[in-house]
Design a protein around this ligand. Structure first.
Ligand code: ADP
Ligand code: MG
Length: 272
């Protein structure tokens, strides 16, 4: 049987950071239990519990200030002073081999505004590659990641040009490719299309759906139609808590809570 060098590299990365996997973690990529966060004495998140399946896009919706970005920052270890438990593939993130820095590599976070480095498109994609195995197959990884991020056709002939010459929409897809190149266990996206044109938005949504066939995604979005198009479970947050969660189809057509209904209809939430 031929060995796929890229897949082999990914396996190496995945195995090198493994901790003990709990026996009941099968089929669950992320398990969050009773997550709480206080910043400057203010409660930002409380009693957050949910799990992510190994595939698909889970959308997080809710008004500004609900704690959506803070939640993503706790999940990838940018914020560490939270309480409760977070397990990725059955591994407690507090005990992640290599610490928070390694966790941040394996739980990628894409911000609303793309952050590209002042170097070539190719170097941007290769930025996180550490092992010699990955670097040896860098060309294949660059192509594979850019294809997954729906950017390859637009940049294949200009990989050595500065990344800063790309449009905002292309830069956001480059950020996604950079995160994919190191084979994240989970990819978190914080309003990834909020400041982009409709065409870029459509390309990124298609790319997310394709990536989600292999890697679980969490997408925070203000755009309820986008959450529906992404087809997966939906978590509705307000005031630092989860008000309701469930399959998107059900949550949008038959919300169980009055707060959810109001948010879906009028984009307001009065959950105090
Ligand atoms: N570093 C911080 N210190 C104190 N409060 C913060 C900090 N970061 C965010 N907050 C507060 O946490 C709440 C949730 O913010 P955020 O997670 O950005 O919400 P969302 O992404 O849903 O708009 C807001 O009230 C915000 O002011
Ligand atoms: Mg936010």
């Amino acid at each position: 049987m031929a060995i796929d060098p890229i897949h082999e590299n990914f396996q190496q990365v995945a195995l090198s950071s493994s901790d003990t996997v709990s026996p009941n973690s099968e089929g669950i990529a992320l398990q969050v239990e009773r997550l709480g966060l206080q910043l400057d004495g203010k409660v930002i998140l409380q009693e957050i519990s949910f799990s992510l399946p190994v595939k698909g896009v889970t959308s997080v919706i809710g008004p500004s200030g609900a704690g959506k970005s803070s939640l993503l920052r706790c999940l990838n270890g940018l914020l560490t002073q939270w309480s409760g438990s977070v397990a990725v593939n059955g591994c407690d993130t507090r005990k992640w081999r290599g610490g928070w820095d390694q966790l941040r590599r394996h739980v990628g976070l894409i911000a609303q505004k793309p952050v590209v480095f002042n170097t070539s498109i190719r170097t941007n994609v290769c930025f996180g590659l550490k092992s010699w195995r990955q670097r040896r197959h860098a060309d294949e990884l660059v192509e594979k990641s850019l294809r997954q991020a729906a950017l390859w056709n637009e940049v294949k002939d200009r990989l050595n040009e500065p990344a800063t010459t790309l449009s905002m929409g292309q830069q956001q897809r480059l950020c996604i490719a950079r995160a994919l190149a190191i084979n994240p266990r989970i990819l978190l996206l914080d309003e990834p299309t909020a400041s982009l044109d409709p065409h870029s938005k459509q390309l990124i949504e298609q790319s997310m759906l394709q990536i989600a066939e292999q890697t679980p995604l969490v997408c925070v979005t203000h755009d309820l139609a986008q959450a529906q198009r992404l087809q997966g479970p939906v978590i509705f947050m307000c005031d630092g808590r989860i008000i309701e969660q469930g399959p998107g189809e059900q949550l949008f057509s038959q919300p169980q809570r009055i707060e959810t209904r109001e948010f879906i209809n009028w984009s307001v939430c009065d959950c105090d």
